[in-house]
Design a protein around this ligand. Structure first.
Ligand code: NAD
Length: 252
């Protein structure tokens, strides 16, 4: 029996990159996927692709910074499938700015999507996850462990997400809920492709090498999806409050 047979998994950021790869990977292992993203057309396409391949999925358009929409999304997931076994908070945004030029609205935007959004998702989902002794996987970043230039808001948001992961793990450990984070390095996704074109003016490119493997390579999103699939089910039963660094050895 596939390890996700009869498991319901809600994945945010499922329209693209790591979220899409994770949705497809877990669906291929028998999971019923609630694909969530603010990009309605794209997320519907991902769910349709899963169904076309013989899997089960629904798509929900939701901005994770909108608490009403977040609560309605979790309610719809549970109404549709009767339970929730795992929440994967993968939606996120990246911006590069010189620290001295970072606007408050941009700081708030990044913090809202990357930290406040996953928090609201966890608040809505935890009551259901306690019923199934479920799993939470939060997509943090190597930016939370070390630092990359010009990413003050992003690094702060991913650090906050890592701390939240540990709080949730400790608070609910006796009730059978697992909560872990993944900290990827450079992964080849639309986010990274877009960011590469928005390096701040006058930035010294030598500082970028700190965020890249010596050969300049990026890993495919499927390499992160396999880690998500590991941490969002019973294979990770005795792992909680931890993070998995997934960077090809960059920070070793
Ligand atoms: N790509 C990398 O190198 C890398 C490295 C470390 C961590 N991460 C993290 O992995 C996650 C996925 O990133 P990706 O590289 O796959 O990027 P991506 O841009 O391909 O995917 C991000 C998805 O999140 C969705 N999203 C953004 N804001 C949202 C919101 N407010 N509500 C709902 N959905 C929203 C986008 O529509 C998109 O589909 C992010 O949290 C990112 O910070 C990525």
């Amino acid at each position: 029996m596939a390890r996700y047979t009869d498991k319901v998994v809600l994945i945010t950021g499922a329209a693209s990159g790591i979220g899409k790869a994770s949705a497809e990977r877990i669906a291929s292992e028998g999971g019923k996927i609630v694909c969530v993203d603010r990009q309605q057309e794209a997320v519907e396409k991902v769910a349709a692709g899963i169904i076309a391949n013989g899997g089960e999925a629904i798509a929900i358009a939701c901005d994770v910074t909108d608490q009403e929409a977040v609560n309605a999304t979790v309610a719809k997931a549970v109404d549709t499938y009767g339970k929730l076994n795992a929440l994967c908070n993968i939606a996120g945004v990246l911006r590069f700015d010189h620290t001295l030029e970072l606007k408050m609205e941009d700081f708030d935007f990044v913090m809202n999507v990357n930290a406040r959004g996953p928090f609201m998702m966890c608040q809505a989902a935890i009551p259901h996850l306690l019923e199934t002794k479920g799993f939470i996987v939060n997509m943090s970043s190597t930016a939370a462990l070390g630092a990359h230039a010009w990413t003050l808001a992003y690094s702060a948001s991913k650090g906050a997400l890592l701390s939240m992961t540990k709080c949730i793990a400790v608070e609910y450990m006796l009730q059978g809920l697992n909560c872990n984070a993944i900290c990827p390095g450079g992964i080849e996704t639309p986010m990274v492709e877009a960011a590469a074109h928005h390096i701040p003016e006058g930035a010294d490119a030598r500082l970028m090498t700190k965020a890249m493997l010596p050969d300049g390579s990026f890993a495919p999103p499927s390499d992160v999806a396999s880690a998500v699939a590991f941490l969002a089910c019973e294979d990770a039963n005795h792992i909680t409050g931890d993070h998995l660094r997934l960077d090809g050895g960059l920070m070793t």
